[in-house]
Design a protein around this ligand. Structure first.
Ligand SMILES: Nc1ncnc2c1ncn2[C@@H]1O[C@H](COP(=O)(O)OP(=O)(O)O)[C@@H](O)[C@H]1O
Ligand SMILES: [Mg+2]
Length: 254
């Protein structure tokens, strides 16, 4: 599959309520084509709701989301989502899980199998094609989630706290692998995280949402040079300063 051109995402005045709970109010975010952008904010501020709105899984009450040149009105081909709880099919092998999105798109079996094998290798799971999710560690299960998302070669990768339930060592390796993949595939990435270090380490910009109802409180630039993976970035004074800047913003929101 040829790499699709990355697209920009425009979140234009999005508001969303669930019954009497106002989750988002007039949210404006412009994600540049090929950018790695993180969303961070207090629990319940609407991060997941915003991500699902971009994915077309939640319809906004007001405002709109434009991905590339399409106004989102339902799930589309541009976006793949990696969920926090992996959302794998427990009865299916790694191979079949990775093929799932392709199956939904009607890709023939042989092409499906080949493409899935390729992305399974890319996320570091070669040799585990015939394993079932329950036989894998949390980190490996999340790699399957990533393989499934990448298999359909989306222009946009949306990730909802993908590293939240993974131990710290595994997480750091996975973060470096993700940066490596992103540098090869140049997708537009929106990552929801509650980790300040993670947001700074991975992102070009970090969007801080205010407590519910969520709105954009501040946007921080992360001017750390790339590639960051394997470059000892976490040990630099600049990294520490950026994490501290982000903490100062978040602390005031508590
Ligand atoms: N499907 C839903 N039905 C009812 N309330 C919801 C639904 N999804 C989210 N909410 C509520 O909207 C608010 C924002 O939720 P969410 O987007 O999950 O926040 P976050 O991901 O930042 O923790 C919360 O108060 C949550 O309980
Ligand atoms: Mg959430």
């Amino acid at each position: 599959m040829t790499a699709p051109r990355p697209v920009e995402i425009v979140v234009d005045g999005v508001s969303k309520a669930f019954g009497t709970v106002q989750a988002l109010v007039d949210v404006h975010v412009h994600v540049r084509a090929g950018e790695f952008l993180s969303l961070i904010g207090p629990s319940g501020c609407g991060k997941t709701t915003l991500l699902k709105t971009i994915a077309g899984l939640v319809a906004p009450d007001a405002g709109r989301v434009v991905v590339g040149n399409r106004t989102v009105d339902g799930p589309g081909r541009e976006c793949s989502v990696v969920f926090q709880d992996f959302a794998l099919l427990p009865w299916a092998t790694v191979q079949k899980n990775a093929e799932f999105g392709l199956l939904l798109r009607g890709v023939p079996a042989a092409a499906r199998a080949e493409r899935a094998r390729g992305v399974i290798a890319k996320v570091g799971l070669a040799g585990f094609e015939h394993a079932y999710p329950a036989q894998l560690s949390g980190g490996m299960q999340q790699r399957v989630g990533l393989a499934r998302a990448l298999a359909v070669n989306p222009q946009v990768l949306l990730m909802d706290e993908p590293f939240a339930s993974i131990d710290e060592q595994t997480r750091r390796v996975f973060q470096d692998d993700l940066l490596q993949l992103w540098s090869e595939e140049r997708k537009t990435v929106v990552l929801v995280t509650h980790s300040m270090e993670e947001a700074i380490y991975l992102s070009d910009r970090v969007v801080v949402l205010s407590p519910r109802p969520g709105r954009v409180h501040q946007v921080l630039e992360v001017p750390l040079p790339r590639p960051r993976e394997g470059a000892g970035v976490r040990a630099t004074a600049e990294f520490a300063r950026l994490v501290d800047d982000l903490w100062k913003v978040l602390r005031k929101l508590q």
